[in-house]
Design a protein around this ligand. Structure first.
Ligand code: GDP
Length: 429
C-alpha cells in the first residue's frame, strides 16, 4: 500500500495512537513531523498502558526506526524522561532505532516557565503548558535554539546567552524567575551528551530510506481543527497538524507522503476553550465522558464531549486531503440512548455544510441533527463488519455518504485486535 500519513481529523485525541500502532506493523519507519510533547498517545501493548508524548507511538515496536523530524520541537529533558520510562518496561530504542533531527528546535526551561506564567492565555487556549507555543514563537522569530546547537558547546553558550537576555525581561513582567546561562548550560550539556547518539540529518536519512524502498508512516499530532492555519484559530496549536505539513516537517517530497488516513472518533471531544457546536452539557456529556474515558493523557483534564459533527469532518476531509477515515471508539456509543449526528449547521438563516472561518461565527451555529438507531451490548469481540449492530453500520454509511471518504477501519476497543478493516484497507504488508 506504500507510505501512509495518519492525522487526527477532529480536535485531537481521536485515538491516533492505536491506529498508528496498528499500521506500524506495515512500516519500516515512523516519523513525527510537527508538534512536541503536547501530544499524548495512549498505547496498550500486552495489557500494559503506555503514554508517549514526544516519541512516535511506533516506538513500542521492535525493529522499527522512529524519527523526530525537522518540524518537531524537542524538550531534551522530556525526551530523556520518555526514554527512561520505556527502559523501565524493556522497550528503550537503540540509537539506530531513534533518529532525532539536528534541525528540530529545542523547548527549554524558560519556554515552559513562560507558558505557565502566561496562565490566563494558556488556559483560555487550552495549551498543555509544556512550552511548545513559546518554542515555536522563538522559531518563527528566528531566535530559537536547535538540536544541532547541542553539538557545539561554545555556540550553545552564546545562543543561550542571547536567549536569556531576550526572555528575562518578559519573565520579569510576568513575575517569573530570571534564567542564567550558568544554570541552564550544565544540565543541557548533560542532555546533549545523552542524546548525541540519536542526532541525525533526518531529512537525508529519510530520503535514503525512501530511495531504498522502505515504507514510511508519517504520524501527525493533534487534529485538523487544531492546525495553526486551518483550525479554529486562535484556539489551535502552534504548528501544522495536516498531512500537507508532513513533507516540510519531515524533509521529504510531497509525493512521498502516500495515502492520508484521518482518524475520527464516533463522537467528538475537545480540550480547552473554543467553539464546539455539538457539545453536550450536563448529564449527557458526562455519560459520554465516562463511557469513553475522556480524560487527557497529557494533562488528565476532563474532555468536553459531544455528538459527531459531519460539517467539521467534511472540512477536515477536504483541507486534510483525506483518502481514508479510521473511525475509533465506535464501541463507546453502544448503550447510549438517543444518539445523534450533526449533518449540517444552521447559521443566520442559511444551511452550512462546513464550518464558517471565524471561531466566533462557529460559536453561533446551530447543529442540524439526524437521530441514529441506538444499539447496545459489547462490540469488543466482533470481528466481522456485517455482524455489527445495524445502528453502527448506519452511522458508517452516513459518514461515507456525507463526507465522501471511505471508512477503512472501525475500532471497537483499545486493543489491537478490537479492529475491523474494510474496503481492502490493510494494516499488514
Ligand atoms: P490519541 O492522542 O489520538 O492517540 O488519543 P488518546 O491517547 O487520547 O487515545 C484515546 C484513548 O482511547 C486511549 O486510552 C486508547 O486506548 C483508547 N482507545 C483507542 N481506540 C479505542 C476504541 O476504539 N475504543 C475504546 N473504547 N477506546 C479506544
Amino acid at each position: 500500500m506504500g507510505n501512509l500519513s495518519v492525522v487526527g481529523a477532529q480536535w485531537g485525541d481521536e485515538g491516533k495512537g492505536k491506529v498508528v500502532d496498528l499500521l506500524t506493523a506495515r512500516a519500516d519507519i515512523v516519523v513525527r513531523f510537527a508538534g512536541g510533547s503536547n501530544a499524548g498517545h495512549t498505547l496498550v501493548v500486552d495489557g500494559k498502558r503506555i503514554v508517549v508524548h514526544l516519541l512516535p507511538s511506533g516506538v513500542v515496536h521492535r525493529g522499527k526506526v522512529c524519527v523526530l523530524g525537522d518540524g518537531v520541537v524537542v524538550d531534551p529533558e522530556g525526551l530523556l524522561r520518555e526514554l527512561s520510562d520505556l527502559e523501565a518496561i524493556g522497550l528503550r530504542p537503540e540509537p539506530a532505532g531513534l533518529r532525532l533531527s539536528a534541525r528540530a528546535h529545542l523547548v527549554l526551561p524558560y519556554h515552559r516557565e513562560l507558558d505557565r506564567r502566561r496562565e490566563g492565555v494558556s488556559e483560555a487556549l487550552g495549551t498543555t503548558q509544556r512550552g511548545i507555543g513559546p518554542a515555536y514563537e522563538d522559531k518563527m522569530a528566528r531566535r530559537g535554539l536547535r538540536v544541532c546547537d547541542l553539538r557545539v558547546p561554545e555556540r550553545l553558550r552564546a545562543r543561550l546567552q542571547a536567549a536569556v537576555e531576550q526572555v528575562n525581561p518578559q519573565l520579569e513582567r510576568l513575575g517569573g524567575p530570571r534564567f542564567t546561562v550558568d544554570d541552564l548550560l550544565p544540565p543541557l550539556l548533560d542532555h546533549a551528551r545523552q542524546l548525541e547518539p540519536f542526532i541525525e540529518d533526518t531529512g537525508a536519512f529519510l530520503q535514503r530510506a525512501l530511495a531504498a524502498g522502505q515504507q514510511v508512516l508519517f504520524e501527525g499530532a493533534q487534529g485538523v481543527l487544531l492546525d495553526i492555519d486551518h483550525g479554529t484559530y486562535p484556539y489551535v496549536t502552534s504548528s501544522t497538524t495536516l498531512a500537507g505539513g508532513a513533507a516540510a516537517g519531515a524533509g521529504v517530497a510531497p509525493r512521498d507522503l502516500g495515502a492520508v488516513v484521518g482518524v475520527a472518533k464516533a463522537y467528538v471531544t475537545r480540550v480547552g476553550k473554543g467553539p464546539f457546536p455539538t457539545e453536550l452539557a450536563g448529564e449527557e456529556g458526562a455519560r459520554l465522558r465516562q463511557a469513553g474515558a475522556e480524560f487527557g493523557s497529557t494533562t488528565g483534564r476532563p474532555r468536553r464531549c459531544g455528538w459527531l459533527d459531519l460539517p467539521q469532518l467534511r472540512y477536515a476531509a477536504r483541507v486534510g486531503g483525506l483518502d481514508w477515515l479510521a473511525l475509533t471508539k465506535a464501541d463507546v456509543l453502544s448503550g447510549i440512548e438517543q444518539t445523534k449526528v450533526c449533518v449540517a449547521y444552521r447559521w443566520r438563516g442559511k444551511r452550512l455544510d462546513t464550518p464558517p472561518v471565524d471561531a466566533e461565527d462557529l460559536a453561533q451555529v446551530e447543529p442540524v441533527y439526524e437521530p441514529l438507531t441506538a444499539f447496545s451490548g459489547s462490540l469488543r469481540e466482533v470481528r466481522d463488519y456485517e455482524a455489527l449492530p445495524a445502528g453502527l453500520r448506519e452511522l458508517v454509511a452516513l459518514i461515507e455518504r456525507e463526507v465522501g471518504v471511505r471508512v477503512g477501519l472501525v475500532s471497537l476497543g483499545p486493543q489491537r485486535e478490537q479492529t475491523i478493516l474494510r474496503h481492502g484497507f490493510q494494516a499488514a504488508p
